[in-house]
Write a protein that binds this ligand. Sequence first.
Ligand code: SF4
Length: 485
Amino acid sequence: MDGIQLEMNFDNPGENIFAAQLRHGTFSVLCEVPAPNHDTNLKDAGERLQQLEQTVSGIKELPVSLALTSKYQYHDSWDIADFASFLDKESRGRHLIYVSGRNSRPEQVQNSLHLLAGSGFRNLAAVSGNALPGENIKQTARRPFVESVNTIKNMPGWSGTSDVFIGTTVNPFKYSHETLLGQYFKLIKKINCGAQFVVTQLGWDMMKLQELRWFLNLRSLDYPLIARLPMLTPETAENIIAGRIPGCFITPEFRHILKNELKYSRSQFLAAQWRRLQLQAAGAKLLGYSAVQLADSHTPNQIRTAARMITEALKEFSSFETWLAEYREFNGQRQVNPDVRFFYLFNNLLTKVQTDDDPRMTIAALPDCRKSELGLYHIRKFMFPHANRQGASERFIVKKVFAGCRHCSHCRLPLTRFVCPETCPKGMANGPCGSSRRFGECELGGMECIHNRIFRLSSHYKSLHELEEDYIDLVTSPARKTDGK
Ligand code: SF4
């Protein structure tokens, strides 16, 4: 496989090099570049992007490309299609472009996708997006979000762009039944809608990375996986420990390790992070991942160093056993034995690299509904059994009182166990976003994620399969308006 990497012509015009690498099992590295804030001069940002592109083109040890993220770090960023247009026309098939549904109407998302596909970008990943930094539930509930499931569903039908390689994301770093399985069921739905590769959200727990690989293998879904890995600075580590990064939850063991590392000098701390990155990248490859995506902004020097370090790690760890011994040693034997308070789907994770037999699933009862949830479900079901087949205004006042109706263009109550998706601040109807907090509080705080309730009701009525099978279409809600930024 390493031989193939070295022989590949990374600059072959027109070819979808990224897709070919994933499909042929050539391990690669993606470096994330966020679309800049509107306050930044786009031309200056574009020139910096071109420098990074030249940097990754010049790396010969292993394939490195760029992953442009959209509406991620900033409140008000440039359109991803405008930013991506600075990339070389001849090598657009080597990069990955994210399209976010945050604060966007469906036609705005479609427009960005058409612009990107029409200008030669073939690798597009859909994300629903985080809430805008600093906004609360009320403010977020006035903004439109296009859910990634809907974006993916609407991608393959484009005329003349059928060669688009569609990606999606999942957050496997969840530690309760509802939150983890909610992510997995939604992932299957995205795959059913057309996703062809999967990128994880940020995390460190290698057992969770293996759990995701085993889960997909168990379902005979041999889709390429990309692990999104962080390069921590002391500042980002502090933010993570304090729980300030949406969807980024760490186990008590890892928290303990990080707190200890923060006592080192800055240079020692950074050296520990480079070693961690090496171990995670090599581990991801051994666990069956096709690539790693390095989060946070990068300078050309950081990219070259990361490529060199990862190449060395891939050579250093050619066997799972050697890697596991070093991983245990590095973590002081911690973080490799699951904490019983945290849910893992399998109980023999990180004991072997592959499962010849089926992995051993954890035997645990699924959570059931509370009495109040069941009561409300029965009332709503009795009152609005066919609301999805009736006009939007029919029984509006009663629906408002009993289900918090926001007068959407069509009603989805019977499709979501009579929990209105509009009571989610981001309006997610097809499953949870990846940003919920520890044990399932909403990303915005102050409430439980509505999809935990939907999960418990589905579990109670033995209809969990519907969570991955039933596609729920977009609606327009008069409560959500956008300035499109
Ligand atoms: S309710 Fe759930 S899906 Fe909606 S924003 Fe909160 S965490 Fe995300």
